[in-house]
Design a protein around this ligand. Structure first.
Ligand code: ATP
Ligand code: MG
Length: 342
């Protein structure tokens, strides 16, 4: 079975964008793929984190994975810092990637803001750690939201450059053509970029100061209803065809969310709601969102009461992840020409 890797940062409230863009994809791949799902805590500290809150958020993301339906016995669920090979390979990749490549990354520009001189070196190097996360398992498929596409292209460039630069050593160590696969992004469906409920031009994000911009997985039915009701729209009724969503980013966003939650296409949703006013469409969307997200929220609450269980899932996952990462990292060291203990 092909090997999948993906991660979510423990940086705050998980929202509908994380769920539709990433976590539902994680769940869907479990039958056809061997999957490794990681709570990327070392990515989280690229911006300031409160240590106690970070601990709680690591457990919360883990709980969300489990509540959404990821099976930690069949697949691997763990937090990044427990498998030190991620950091080790990231250093190697810092020496493979070029400064010019990283200078083109838009996420760094957005997250560093105006005060770039004061951003952490880790925030700048974020994409090389992400490449290491994937490639330390030699994973081939990576389900992510649209915003991570550029980082995935960088991971492919790093894999390719490593394979080229060390081609001879790779061959003489018995690894044939290339050591690293070029990982493929899996970015599909109607909700690969869920937008803010307040502003159809901004992605829904954990860090938006307005809680009304996002639906959190932990929101209760009342909160979901209020946020959807207040979501920005335009005054026109819904179009009956997808072409009518062009230049209507808020309408496009809500229809995309509905389609993804209902596992239908946008066109299909518009066949039902074309001509309807937003008030009635929003009411249907609230019902759907509460039906889909409610059970996940309550399961997350149930799991939150048992941190010992969560930590045991992470420890078990970390052990199984290490068993894959360690020999791969040893091979990288041999390819580089490092002397290592045998
Ligand atoms: P942060 O603001 O801390 O970066 P985030 O909401 O972007 O938080 P991440 O942990 O960085 O969350 O991303 C986890 C996964 O969720 C990634 O695959 C990312 O592409 C996806 N994702 C994040 N935001 C959205 C969104 N608005 N729509 C679809 N997918 C998203
Ligand atoms: Mg992000």
């Amino acid at each position: 079975k092909p090997l999948v890797f993906s991660g979510v940062q423990p940086t705050g409230n998980l929202h509908l964008g994380n769920y539709l863009g990433a976590i539902t994809k994680f769940v869907a791949l479990q039958d056809s793929h061997e999957c490794i799902y990681c709570v990327v805590d070392m990515h989280a500290i690229t911006v300031p984190q409160d240590p106690q809150a970070l601990t709680a958020q690591i457990r919360e993301v883990t709980a969300a994975f489990l509540a959404a339906g990821i099976d930690p016995r069949k697949h691997i669920v763990f937090n990044q810092s427990q498998v030190h090979e991620h950091a080790e390979l990231a250093w190697v990749f810092n020496c493979v990637a070029r400064i010019g490549w990283l200078n083109r990354m838009t996420q760094f520009k957005e997250k560093a803001g105006k005060d770039r001189e004061n951003a952490s070196v880790g925030l700048y190097a974020y994409p090389t750690l992400m490449a290491a996360d994937i490639l330390v398992y030699r994973a081939t498929h990576v389900p992510v939201g649209e915003d991570q596409k550029q980082h995935l292209e960088l991971a492919r460039d790093i894999a390719q450059k490593f394979n080229n630069d060390y081609a001879e050593s790779i061959a003489s160590n018995g690894f044939g053509e290339g050591f690293f696969p070029l990982p493929e992004p899996l970015i599909q469906g109607p909700a690969t970029r869920v937008m803010s409920l307040r502003d159809g031009s901004k992605k829904m994000s954990k860090s938006d100061p307005s809680d009304y911009s996002r639906i959190n997985l932990s929101d209760d039915a009342d909160a979901v209803a209020q946020k959807v009701r207040k979501a920005k729209t335009d005054p026109e009724p819904l179009p009956s065809e997808e072409a009518g969503l062009e230049k209507r980013p808020e309408a496009q966003n809500l229809v995309g969310i509905f389609a993804a939650l209902a596992d239908r296409s946008r066109a299909d949703v518009l066949r039902e709601f074309g001509g309807a006013q937003f008030s009635s469409f929003k009411a249907a969307l609230v019902d759907l969102a509460v039906t889909k997200l409610g059970p996940i929220g309550s399961e997350m609450k149930r799991l939150a009461a048992d941190p010992g269980y969560i930590d045991s899932v992470l420890a078990d996952g970390a052990e199984r992840a290490s068993a894959i990462a360690r020999p791969n990292m040893d091979a990288v060291k041999d390819i580089l020409g490092f002397v290592r203990r045998r």
